[in-house]
Design a protein around this ligand. Structure first.
Ligand code: NAD
Length: 262
């Protein structure tokens, strides 16, 4: 019987933005499947190293600022020299800024597009030659429900995430005859530092305590009334790495508590 849990021993996974939030949940799932993992992101790396210590995985770290293409080159040079290439690429790093289009600061637009979309192009183009040579690879783009629908105030984020879904489809078509797949996951609300900022902004705007602000955020968009968890997203990534998912190509898998069914 075909299993949903991949055997990733001997393979190396790079998860961008894995020092916190969703990326950390994903890197833990991949390490549990036997992969060597490369962490990336800003801030304190100790929680990620602690969480991964239990897995016995070989763990690397590169703090590339992915909004800078030359830093992405450095990251891949590190992956080649220390880990002999990347077999599983999870493009997860992302940022947000909320403002109406006519008030949107151009520098925030540029920063969001550089990280949330252009970096995905660079990591993908640099990962593909190794994956093609081995005829095996997984590229998993953490997009968003905002790759499929819009929300007020999120022009740059929505534009970038729609772009990620387009890039996912092109990459999937260009690798369709190979053992390399490219898919996107589109989460709804997940309670991470990125969303916590929006909870706090809402609490102060509407004079709510934090619990009520969280409930209000969910009530507006996510019919289940619950957050998606980082563990659930880690499990989805595991599935996409398995043989059972080898014919999933170019898909945008929504895990959104019903958000986009409305
Ligand atoms: P987060 O803020 O908790 O984590 C973001 C990670 O990206 C951190 O590790 C951070 O250090 C890293 N990062 C930020 N700027 C970087 C840069 N320039 N270079 C390298 N790393 C950088 O956010 P999160 O909520 O875990 O989001 C992760 C991904 O999931 C993002 O792409 C986001 O758009 C997407 N997403 C999040 C939600 C949600 O509700 N949290 C929903 C849908 C999609």
């Amino acid at each position: 019987m075909m299993g949903f849990t991949p055997a990733l021993q001997g393979k190396t996974a790079l998860v961008t933005g894995s020092t916190s939030g969703i990326g950390l949940g994903i890197v833990e799932a991949l390490a549990a499947c036997g992969a060597n993992v490369i962490l990336n992101g800003f801030g304190d790396t100790a929680p990620a190293f602690t969480a991964l210590a239990r897995s016995g995985a070989r763990v690397g770290f590169h703090g590339a600022d992915l909004s800078k293409p030359e830093a992405i080159l450095d990251l891949f040079a590190y992956a080649d020299s220390e880990f002999s290439g990347i077999d599983v690429l999870v493009n997860n790093a992302g940022i947000q800024h909320v403002a109406m289009v006519d008030e949107f600061p151009p520098d925030r637009w540029d920063a969001i597009l550089a990280l949330n979309l252009t970096a995905v192009f660079h990591t993908t183009r640099l990962a593909l030659p190794h994956m093609k040579a081995r005829n095996w690879g997984r590229i998993i783009n953490i997009a968003s429900v905002h790759g499929q629908v819009a929300s007020v105030g999120k022009a740059a984020y929505v534009a970038a995430k729609h772009g990620v879904l387009g890039l996912t489809k092109v990459t999937a078509l260009e690798t369709a005859r190979l053992g390399v797949t490219c898919n996107a996951i589109c989460p709804g609300w997940v309670l991470t530092p990125l969303v916590q900022e929006q909870v706090e902004a809402r609490a102060s705007r509407d004079q709510l305590d934090e619990t009520d602000a969280r409930d209000a955020l969910l009530a507006e968009k996510q019919p289940s009334g619950d957050f998606v968890t980082t563990e659930q997203l880690g499990a989805a990534v595991m599935f996409l790495c398995s043989d059972a998912a080898s014919q999933m190509r170019g898909s945008a898998w929504t895990i959104d508590g019903g958000w986009t069914s409305q």
